[in-house]
Ligand binder design. Structure first.
Ligand SMILES: *Cc1c(COP(=O)(O)O)cnc(C)c1O
Length: 374
C-alpha cells in the first residue's frame, strides 16, 4: 500500500523526545524549543520566530498582531485550507476571495488591485504546494495601498523565491509542522516576525496575554496580564521531535525532491499524450518537494482515477474544495462564479502520494498505474 502521506521518524526523534521527557520542561520554551530557534536561525536566517501550537494558530496570531477589526476586508485565495480564512474570520474580518493563477494555483497577483476597497486591510497569500507566490508584485501592491501581507508558508518551509526563503517575504510568515508537512512535530507551527517590532507583543499574545516570557528572560519580575492572547505555545516535547527533524533537514529535503523529480520525469509521456498536465514551477521559485499535483481533463476523470488507484492500494488525494463555493463560503454570501479559475482547477487537480520515505521506484509504479487507468 502507498499511503498519501507518512511522516519520516528516525531514531533521532525518539532519542530527543525521551530526553525531553526526562530532562527538559514538559511545557513550552524549554531546551528543545531554544534549539529549534537556533536551527531555524542558522538554516533560514530567522531572527524573530516563535513556535506555535499549529500553522493555524500562527495565522491567528498574525491576525491578532495586525489588529484586524470587524468589517475589515482581507484579500485571500479561495484555493487553500480553511485555516487561512478562519484566522481572520475569528477577528470579524471578511474574506474577499481572489482567483488563482492557472499555473501555480497561487493567488493571481494581477487581480488583487481590482479587489481593493477602502476597507481592505491585508492580503493573506498562500504558497500552494511549496511554490511561492510572486511576492515582489504582491508587496508592491500592498505598499501602494498600505496593506499588511501575511504569507501562509505552511507548505513552503525550505522553499525560496528569487533566492529568499519562503516565510521571510512579508511582514509575517506562518509555517506548519503538522504531520502532513515537510518537517513535523505532530501538531505545531511557527510565526516568523520579519519586523522585530512585533516580537514583544507576539510573545505576550502567545502566552495568554501575559509577559511570562519577559519574566523568564529576567527583563522584569512582575508576571501579569498585558494584552489579549491565547495558549499558542507548544510543549517542549513536540519541539524535541521538530529539532530532530530539522537536524535531518537535507536528508528529508533530498528524499522528497527525488520522489518529486521522479514523478515529473515519469509523467512526461502522459502529458505529451494529452492525458494530464504536470506541475509547473515558475522561474522565480525553488520548491521544497512538498507535493506533486497533476491536472486532469475534468472531475469525472479525476474521480475515476482516484477510485481505481484506491483499488490498487494507492492513495491519491483531491486537494482543496475551493472555499468560496464550500458550504461555509456560500453561507458568507460568496457565489461559485466569483473565482472561475479556482472553480475549474478545484475540480481537476489531483495530489499524488509523496513523502520522504517513499521510494522513487514507488513513484514510477504509481505513474505506470495512472497511465494504465487513463
Ligand atoms: C496545513 C496548512 C495550514 C494549517 O496548518 P496546521 O499546522 O495544520 O494548523 C494552513 N494553511 C495551509 C496552506 C496549509 O497547508
Amino acid at each position: 500500500m502507498i499511503p498519501f502521506n507518512k511522516a519520516s521518524i528516525s531514531e533521532l526523534e525518539k532519542v530527543y523526545l525521551l530526553d525531553a521527557l526526562q530532562n527538559s520542561k514538559l511545557s513550552g520554551d524549554g531546551k528543545y524549543t531554544m534549539r529549534v530557534y537556533e536551527q531555524l536561525r542558522k538554516r533560514l536566517g530567522l531572527e524573530n520566530v516563535l513556535l506555535t501550537t499549529s500553522g493555524t494558530t500562527a495565522l491567528e496570531m498574525a491576525s491578532l498582531l495586525i489588529d484586524l477589526q470587524p468589517g475589515d476586508e482581507v484579500i485571500v485565495p479561495s484555493f487553500t485550507f480553511s485555516s487561512t480564512v478562519n484566522a481572520f474570520l475569528l477577528r470579524g474580518a471578511k474574506p474577499v476571495f481572489c482567483d488563482i493563477r492557472p499555473d501555480t494555483f497561487n493567488i493571481d497577483e494581477k487581480l488583487i488591485d481590482g479587489l481593493i476597497s477602502p476597507r481592505t486591510r491585508a492580503i493573506y497569500c498562500v504558497d500552494y504546494a511549496g511554490v511561492s507566490c510572486d511576492m515582489d508584485i504582491i508587496n508592491e501592491i500592498a505598499n501602494k495601498h498600505g496593506l499588511f501581507v501575511i504569507e501562509d508558508a505552511a507548505q513552503s518551509v525550505g522553499s525560496t523565491y528569487k533566492g529568499k526563503n519562503a516565510g521571510t517575504l512579508a511582514e509575517f510568515g506562518c509555517y506548519s509542522f503538522h504531520e502532513t508537512k515537510n518537517y513535523v512535530m505532530g501538531e505545531g507551527g511557527a510565526i516568523v516576525l520579519n519586523e522585530a517590532k512585533y516580537l514583544e507583543r507576539a510573545e505576550i499574545i502567545r502566552e495568554k496575554g501575559t509577559n511570562r516570557r519577559q519574566v523568564l528572560k529576567g527583563w522584569t519580575d512582575k508576571y501579569t496580564w498585558h494584552d489579549i492572547g491565547s495558549s499558542f505555545l507548544p510543549s517542549d516535547l513536540l519541539a524535541a521531535i521538530l529539532s530532530a527533524q530539522l537536524e535531518r533537514w537535507d536528508e528529508i529535503m533530498q528524499k522528497r525532491l527525488a520522489v518529486w523529480n521522479t514523478y515529473h520525469e515519469a509523467l512526461k509521456p502522459l502529458e505529451k499524450a494529452g492525458k494530464l498536465r504536470r506541475a509547473i514551477i515558475p522561474d522565480y521559485a525553488q520548491h521544497n518537494g512538498h507535493m506533486y499535483n497533476i491536472v486532469l481533463p475534468d472531475d469525472y476523470v479525476r474521480t475515476r482515477l482516484v477510485n481505481e488507484l484506491k483499488k490498487l492500494d494507492v492513495m491519491a488525494y483531491i486537494c482543496y474544495v475551493p472555499l468560496h463555493s464550500a458550504p461555509m463560503g456560500l453561507k458568507l454570501g460568496c457565489r461559485p462564479e466569483d473565482c472561475p479559475v479556482t472553480e475549474e482547477y478545484g475540480g481537476r487537480v489531483l495530489r499524488l502520494p509523496l513523502y520522504a520515505d517513499m521510494l522513487p521506484e514507488q513513484a514510477e509504479k504509481v505513474v505506470q498505474m495512472i497511465g494504465a487507468i487513463l
